[in-house]
Design a protein around this ligand. Structure first.
Ligand code: PNS
Length: 164
């Protein structure tokens, strides 16, 4: 039987840290479905289609990775796709509270789906989409944290915002 995991997130935008988690996840699962789901607590810089495009480009050489987007509950999405696991990355201690709360909540919603945490490699421990956007908006090069197409998209988005 195929082992399928869903790796859910906002991916606004996808960072090298996310790609590291997918790479690690693919050692554990036959397929990793990278799914953009709705986080009502966040406001996004990139529209859904652009976030999907960036994921597709970044993951084109990752055998076993798929990209998708959906509304609704993560556990329902996982069940629809035959996934037995939710894959999430852990970086620092500050991730822990949020991640464990979501994992426990998801388990209450559907005990058949297990959350599997993968620890990011140290060079990605400080990478998060929010900080990448903040630094890019202030004109610093973020190519240490994101792939080239994402760096270009960030610079374009902030130029657009500044009306340049
Ligand atoms: O990258 P993020 O923003 O931390 O990802 C959060 C996300 C999208 C995984 C979470 O908000 C989510 O699962 N949204 C789907 C709706 C849902 O199932 N909510 C209950 C979570 S316990």
């Amino acid at each position: 039987m195929e082992r399928i995991a869903v790796y859910p997130g906002s991916f606004d935008p996808v960072t090298n840290g996310h790609l590291d988690i997918v790479r690690r996840g693919l050692k554990l699962f036959d397929r990793v479905v990278v799914a953009i789901l709705v986080n009502p607590k966040k406001q996004f810089l990139f529209p859904l289609e652009e976030r999907l495009d960036m994921l597709r480009v970044c993951l084109q050489d990752f055998k076993g990775a798929e990209v998708d987007a959906a509304d609704g509950l993560l556990v329902d999405y996982a069940a629809r796709h035959g996934a037995t696991a939710i894959l999430r990355g852990l970086r620092t201690l500050s991730d822990y509270d949020y991640e464990v709360q979501m994992a426990l909540f998801n388990r209450r919603l559907d005990p058949r789906v297990e959350t599997v945490f993968v620890v990011a490699s140290p060079e990605h421990a400080a990478t998060n989409s929010g900080l990448v956007k903040e630094v890019s908006a202030l004109g610093r090069d973020v190519s240490a944290f994101v792939t080239e197409p994402v760096r270009v998209a960030l610079e374009r988005a902030f130029r657009r915002r500044a009306g340049k």
